[in-house]
Design a protein around this ligand. Structure first.
Ligand SMILES: Cc1cc2nc3c(=O)[nH]c(=O)nc-3n(C[C@H](O)[C@H](O)[C@H](O)COP(=O)(O)OP(=O)(O)OC[C@H]3O[C@@H](n4cnc5c(N)ncnc54)[C@H](O)[C@@H]3O)c2cc1C
Length: 332
């Protein structure tokens, strides 16, 4: 049976959310392709945590247990995954577009001489015609191109597997179905001492200043709220309604916020229950990171701002006047 395989990323045995999101997406693709969902995981002492991936629809996890893979290093990880892919021949392999995924996936694509599409925002299967060839049930990989001005659909039907990276938060995480368990199949790493070109001596982690991916209420400031008094109002609104502050790219470029706060194509992708965009025009690169939010409220002085096309509620006005009224209304 065809396989849709997901590379499972983990740190100290904690599986990254993006891997669970990709397994949910793999399950949707597998239904279209009559395929099964599998995963590949590398590290040490993983066997206990992997069966739970069954809750998201994964049937089998190929696990390479090796103490030397406890911490990510490029070559041993890529070589181990290449070995698993060669042995099990999946039709599709998905990676998180994280630091690890972005490092490994091109190395693996190069070793296997197959196509790789980075930062996909949508994956589906469909027919692709090229000259006289018809490729049924091909992976159609959609991603922004030319600075976000077009959405390109990319196919690589002549090489197997088709590989894609997807950023955290882009694919929907389905609720886990408790009680389902993935089969764990142990695999040989095939690594020799010569494969370990680098050694991890110490791991130093920088904590994120904010985790936008997990935030349910977000109040976002754009270039229209760049003045210190406006930013203070945005912060006050967020604090009043129990939300976190996000920003569009100009505020990061201006050095007013760290990059962790940026939403959009080159920032975080969020799926908040409530997203209040204050002084944000709604360019495609910003929308790419927040359009999946359940309720979008936009405050903008320009009635023609593109953000109003996707907002559920639009308030045309000066945010410096609107936000205090919102805070008062909420408190009352
Ligand atoms: C490759 C690439 C990647 C990018 N990645 C990202 C990304 O990840 N995230 C991102 O955000 N951008 C990104 N951008 C930048 C993006 O194209 C836009 O430039 C940016 O999103 C604009 O931010 P903005 O809406 O805050 O500013 P503007 O477009 O300048 O809009 C400001 C808005 O504020 C309104 N306004 C002004 N004063 C007030 C007021 N007093 N009250 C109410 N409204 C007011 C204006 O009417 C206007 O609509 C990227 C661009 C490129 C080329």
């Amino acid at each position: 049976m065809k396989q849709v395989m997901v590379f499972v990323e983990q740190i100290d045995g904690r599986i990254a959310d993006v891997s669970s999101e990709l397994i949910c997406e793999a399950r949707r693709l597998a239904r279209e392709l009559d395929a099964t969902v599998t995963a590949v995981a590398l590290g040490s002492k993983l066997a206990g945590v992997l069966p739970a991936l069954g809750n998201y629809g994964c049937k089998t996890v190929y696990c390479v247990e090796d103490e030397r893979l406890s911490h990510f290093t490029s070559h041993p990880y890529a070589k181990s995954v290449v070995g698993v892919i060669r042995r099990h021949a999946p039709a599709i392999v998905l990676f998180g577009a994280t630091i690890i995924g972005r490092d490994m996936a091109p190395r693996i694509a190069s070793a296997l001489k197959c196509g790789l599409t980075a930062d996909c925002t949508e994956l589906r299967s469909g027919e692709h015609k090229s000259l006289k060839q018809v490729y049924p049930k091909t992976l159609l990989q959609v991603r922004p191109a030319f600075g976000g001005n077009i959405m390109a659909t990319i196919v690589s039907p002549e090489s197997v597997p088709s590989m894609a990276t997807v950023r955290p938060g882009v694919m929907k995480l389905d609720p886990p179905e408790a009680g389902l368990s993935a089969e764990v199949v142990m695999e040989e790493s095939g690594l020799t001492p010569d494969d370990f070109l680098t050694e991890v001596v110490e791991v130093v982690r920088r904590e994120k200043s904010v985790n936008l991916g997990a935030a349910q209420i977000i109040v976002a400031a754009g270039a229209g709220a760049v003045a210190p008094a406006s930013i203070a109002l945005v912060r006050k609104l967020a604090q009043t309604i129990g939300g976190v502050v996000a920003v569009s790219r100009p505020l990061v470029d201006a050095g007013l916020f760290p990059h962790d706060h940026q939403v959009g194509q080159t920032g975080a992708t969020v799926r908040a229950n409530l997203y209040i965009a204050c002084g944000i025009s709604g360019q495609i690169q910003h929308r790419a990171g927040m359009a999946g939010s359940k309720r979008i409220v936009a405050i903008n002085s320009d009635p023609d701002a593109p953000i109003f096309r996707i907002a559920h509620y639009g308030i045309v006005g000066d945010l410096n006047e609107v936000i205090p009224k919102m805070i008062d209304a909420y408190k009352n």
